[in-house]
Design a protein around this ligand. Structure first.
Ligand code: SF4
Length: 266
């Protein structure tokens, strides 16, 4: 069993507690207008042209995005950084794309990581079957769960899929007793209007259990926009500017009214 991974990030401090190794699994059933990782959307390997600069000269070459890893190879990577993870109470995070799209590999990897004593986190859009979530719950210590839009029609417009099952899976995980951090991307013009924010806050309050540990507000940024051309995907955010620090601070205060810790960023 192998999984297709497009990036391995070591010494990550934004994907769960402590120092972590984050594996980004390729493939996502959503198509969010603002996606910061468009290279993670296709479930296949892709070849792109990459340009490197040495002094004032530029060199171009093909780069294959996506590489197959066995679970043993994942463990080998983790073993090299085990000391940092142990000392910082960190662990391993499976992100994407949408890691649940490679469910069988994810399940096997999570089991192996737990058997080897690692703290495990899954960063998910919530878009998979509830049966699949039930299967990984015993081997997952923390869920990083995205809530992008509370209104179904707007969710379909901005991500391509309904949020109906996503919100059901969120409720399911809140009842399972594992820790959850909700991640809210803050996307100007898409989910930052006062009416939506009020509904979202109400939803978080009305569904809250002890499992919900933190809300992460992830401001839209344009860093990923140059990747779109490389991957031949139309960039849909036009000239949208990121929210400024003051706006994010106001939002932080707003979501603190849920009674949950709030952090700007991952
Ligand atoms: S769920 Fe995440 S990876 Fe998938 S399209 Fe949306 S932002 Fe991109």
């Amino acid at each position: 069993m192998k999984g297709l991974i497009f990036s391995v990030k070591k010494y990550s401090i934004h994907d769960g507690p402590g120092i972590r190794v984050t594996f980004f699994l390729k493939g996502c059933p959503l198509n969010c207008k603002w996606c910061h990782n468009p290279e993670g959307i296709s479930p296949f390997t892709e070849t792109v042209m990459q340009t490197n600069r040495v002094g004032d000269r530029e060199f171009s070459n093909d780069k294959v995005v996506g590489k197959y890893y066995s679970v043993d190879e994942v463990l080998e990577i983790l073993d090299k950084d085990k000391v940092f993870m142990d000392q910082s109470k960190g662990g391993v995070t499976f992100s994407g794309g949408e890691p649940m799209l490679q469910f069988e590999f994810l399940l096997e990897a999570l089991k192996a990581c737990k058997e080897n004593g690692y703290h495990t986190a899954v960063d998910t859009s919530g878009y998979s079957s509830s049966e699949s979530y039930k299967s990984i719950i015993p081997f997952t210590d923390l869920f990083l769960f995205d809530i992008k839009h509370i209104d179904e029609v707007s969710h379909i417009e901005s991500t391509g899929v309904s949020n109906y099952g996503i919100l059901d899976n969120y409720r399911l995980l809140l009842e399972c007793g594992k820790h959850i951090m909700v991640r809210i991307p803050v996307i100007p013009g898409i989910n930052d209007d006062p009416d939506h924010l009020e509904r979202l806050k109400h939803f978080l309050i009305s569904t809250k259990t002890d499992s919900l540990k933190k809300i992460n507000l992830l401001p839209f940024h344009k860093i990923g926009s140059s990747k779109y051309k490389k991957f031949n995907i139309p960039y849909k955010m036009g000239n949208t500017e990121p929210p400024d620090r003051e706006e994010m601070q106001i939002l932080k205060e707003f979501f603190l009214e849920t009674g949950i810790k709030v952090k700007i960023g991952g």
